[in-house]
Design a binder for this molecule. Structure first.
Ligand SMILES: O=C(CO)[C@H](O)[C@H](O)COP(=O)(O)O
Length: 291
């Protein structure tokens, strides 16, 4: 089949390649002309045969919104837009309604696999009406990993991004657990080769996982992570997971703590710990450290 793909960055560029390897035709558009096959969304839509499928793979928020706005003006009834970025699931219904007003279908798709997806395949979680999903199915089949697992029609519009959001919340907590264990092992004198402990855990243990494999890769590149600053950004999905937990009164202590740990990583000095030090000093005369 033919696919229009908007956004050819780290994810989109490799996805184009994987879909082409499966024998499909992909026309890619990116603001960076060095990456693009066409020079505008208008040209992209004009070159595709109907019913068209256009996959949007740009940053969540304003970039996704403006791309969908533009596509709503260019596409025709029966065409389908897929949002494969990490959009907030609450945006999906809005996008589906905007496109439905012009007879254009919408499917939201959470994509996991990072820069390894080209070779290993991408895990896909999608939401939308079965008739729209069916139009995209050959692309899902091209992107997904080999075998029976790795792709799911999770439910109605928004379900794909909701599932991906929860996936990323779990990702936060798992990374935090490996990171905490690693710091403790590094701290004690009795353990002399932390990297080899991590490596040994890759076989036979209860905690083996792809994230553990990646931790070993990172330690092979920089055994004590001396080259890195202890600073971690976040792209939004952890926050949205915690917000959804609050909305639904579901306790998520591990995921919430791992999000807050990232916030703490961005502070040079902790204002709240200053207050704690001040209060201990006030009530108990406990020593404080001054600047
Ligand atoms: O979706 C992903 C992995 O599954 C992305 O890599 C995502 O950007 C990671 O989230 P964050 O930047 O919040 O750590």
């Amino acid at each position: 089949m033919e696919l229009g793909l908007v956004g050819l960055g780290k994810m989109g560029g490799n996805m184009r390649e994987r879909i082409r390897r499966a024998g499909h035709t992909v026309l890619g558009y990116d603001r960076n002309p060095d990456l693009a096959d066409v020079h505008s969304l208008e040209e992209l839509v004009g070159k595709l045969q109907g019913p068209r499928v256009v996959w949007v793979m740009v940053p969540a928020g304003a970039a996704t919104q403006s791309t969908i706005d533009e596509l709503a003006e260019l596409l025709e009834p029966g065409d389908v837009v897929v949002d494969g970025g990490n959009s907030r699931w609450t945006d999906d219904e809005k996008h589906a309604e905007e496109l439905a007003a012009k007879g254009i279908g919408f499917v939201d798709c959470g994509v996991s696999g990072g820069v390894w997806g080209l070779e290993n395949g991408y895990a896909l979680m999608y939401g939308g009406d079965p008739e729209n999903v069916a139009k995209v199915q050959p692309v899902f089949d091209a992107l997904k990993p080999e075998g029976d697992l790795g792709a799911v029609h999770a439910g109605k519009v928004g379900a794909g991004h909701f599932a991906k959001m929860v996936h990323n919340g779990i990702e936060y907590a798992m990374m935090q657990a490996y990171a905490e264990g690693w710091e403790l092992l590094e701290k004690v004198d009795s353990v002399t080769d932390v990297r080899e402990v991590f490596r040994s855990w890759q076989e036979g243990t209860v905690i083996r996982s792809w994230l553990l494999d990646l931790a070993v890769n990172a330690l092979d590149e920089d055994e004590h992570l001396d080259e890195l600053r202890g600073y971690a950004q976040d792209s939004g999905e952890g926050r949205w997971t915690v917000e959804a937990a609050i909305d639904n009164a579901v306790p998520l202590p591990a995921i919430t703590a791992s999000l807050f740990a990232r916030f703490a990583s961005r502070q040079e000095d902790s204002p709240q710990m200053k207050m704690i030090a001040a209060l201990r000093n006030q009530f108990g005369g406990h020593a404080v450290e001054k600047k």
